[in-house]
Design a protein around this ligand. Structure first.
Ligand SMILES: Nc1nc2c(ncn2[C@@H]2O[C@H](COP(=O)(O)OP(=O)(O)OP(=O)(O)O)[C@@H](O)[C@H]2O)c(=O)[nH]1
Ligand SMILES: [Mg+2]
Length: 441
């Protein structure tokens, strides 16, 4: 079905009503983003069509005269789909389709379609499917109502394969399917929780999650920080699954980094709800690295949207490290320096960087490590010769700063979490000669 769209509907017109409350730059940024979303879906955008209006037309989104204008433009440009930069009602979509004579997709549908295509894992697929069914249910009802008692066949990308009549996909069936998928998702979430608990038991609790607007560079930073091969693409919503890898070079404590799904303006509510479980894993992190594209003139809007979604999913209280990425793209060198200074002044404590510069990656690595090392303490433990087989444990859980051997064993100067140091003391006792920094353990 998705293949069908890519082949059949290559030429798209991006269209929107500009409400009086929306400023020109805001309106333009949103349209530019919809064009980018369209590109991600494989459409060629052949025109942009707009109208200023106090409100959306109740019947068909655009006013009467504008609908005729749009029909002519579609003909002239041989376009076969209209992408609307708002979520519109099922009847508005239906009426507009009838009048302009081609398929109409709203912003929500475009985003759902991208998620649908990019979903790889079973969990991501199930989450997208739940959101798509939730979006489709009222639309199918509307179509059935308009088609009359016989029902009708309607092709298109609305998430339904051909050949099914509306009566077959009625409300109850969709509800049952959502319930079934939700059950499957709940089971996966539970399984993940168990795995996570086990992992945390083994590896401690140092976790950081990369969050932010889509295309900000989260996966690029994930790669650079962990040496892993996660997918990086100049596409919106390239990443749908949370991946977890250790910070590399390794630190004490060992820090696990999660890469997460990106956010966007007007992220469909169904998606926020269904991706909450994926994000939960990341949100159990002790630190959120909020990645923002510093080269985007609308970065403040991106930043605000991300903060809103984070609030919505209950992550308000998790500490943040604000990272402005892609500074290399923010104009020429003096321009970049100027932008950097302005960002530092406006957001104290932020990091301004480029994922393309090794030195910047090292600085970010250091800042993350430092966050988790704030509470570390230095101490000395004494390992008698008889207990040398425990050396591995000490080296795995602490940073060993110095080592000194005498007739009875080795004295290790270490830096580690208070809990770990306490545990070592309980097993081996303190070093007899130097206890500085460890007295409060
Ligand atoms: N010039 C420049 N490009 C960058 C930088 N960081 C990332 N990119 C590019 O930006 C694009 C998006 O990067 P990703 O890492 O896939 O972005 P993401 O935040 O993971 O995006 P989603 O998974 O879609 O949410 C890719 O083409 C990267 O190569 C940077 O610092 N400078
Ligand atoms: Mg990504």
């Amino acid at each position: 079905m998705t293949q069908e769209v890519a082949q059949k509907s290559q030429r798209a017109i991006v269209a929107a009503v500009q409400l009086s409350s929306v400023s020109d730059p805001e309106f333009d940024a949103s349209l530019a983003e919809l064009r980018q979303l369209a590109k991600t879906l494989g459409f060629e955008v052949v025109a942009t069509f707009t109208q200023k209006r106090a409100g959306f037309d109740k019947t068909a989104y655009f006013g009467l005269g504008k609908r005729e204008e749009l029909r002519l433009l579609l003909e002239e440009r041989s376009a076969d789909v209209v992408l609307i930069d708002h979520e519109i009602s099922p009847s508005q979509a239906h009426n507009l389709e009838k009048e302009v004579g081609c398929e109409v997709m709203d912003r929500t549908m475009v985003i759902l379609e991208i998620f649908h295509r990019h979903a790889r894992s079973r969990a991501a697929r199930v989450q997208v499917e739940i959101a798509r069914l939730g979006y489709m249910a009222p639309r199918l009802r509307e179509a059935a109502k308009l088609a009359g008692p016989q029902g009708r066949q309607r092709s298109g990308v609305g998430g339904r394969s051909g050949g099914e009549s509306d009566s077959e996909l009625d409300r109850r069936k969709i509800r049952d399917r959502i319930a079934e998928l939700q059950k499957e998702l709940d089971a996966m979430v539970l399984e993940r929780k168990t795995q996570r608990a086990r992992r945390q038991e083994r590896q401690g609790l140092a976790r950081v999650a990369l969050v932010g607007y889509t295309n900000a560079g989260k996966s690029t930073l994930m790669r650079a920080l962990t040496g892993s091969e996660v997918l990086v693409a100049d596409k919106l919503f390239a990443t749908l699954d949370t991946t977890v890898r250790a910070l590399h070079p390794e630190t004490v404590p060992r820090v696990l980094v999660s890469d997460t799904v990106g956010f966007i303006k007007n992220l469909p509510h169904g998606l926020v709800a269904s991706f909450k479980s994926t994000l939960d894993e990341a949100l159990e992190a002790s630190l959120l690295v909020h990645v923002v594209d510093a080269s985007d003139p609308g970065f403040e809007r991106q930043l605000a949207v991300t903060e809103e979604v984070l609030d919505e999913i209950g992550a308000k209280a998790v500490p943040r490290l604000l990272v402005f990425n892609k500074i290399d793209r923010a104009g020429d060198e003096p321009g970049q320096r100027e932008r950097e200074a302005a960002l530092r002044a406006q957001f104290p404590g932020c990091i301004v960087m480029s994922a393309r510069r090794e030195g910047d990656i090292a600085k970010l690595h250091e800042a993350i490590a430092a966050f988790f090392q704030r509470d570390l303490i230095e101490a000395e433990v004494f390992l008698p010769w008889a207990a040398q087989k425990m050396r591995g444990e000490v080296f795995a859980t602490c940073e060993v700063l110095a080592e000194r051997a005498d007739g009875e064993g080795t004295c290790l100067r270490i830096r580690g979490e208070p809990e770990t140091v306490k545990h070592l003391y309980e097993q081996f006792g303190r070093s007899s000669d130097n206890r500085s920094g460890a007295d409060d353990v």
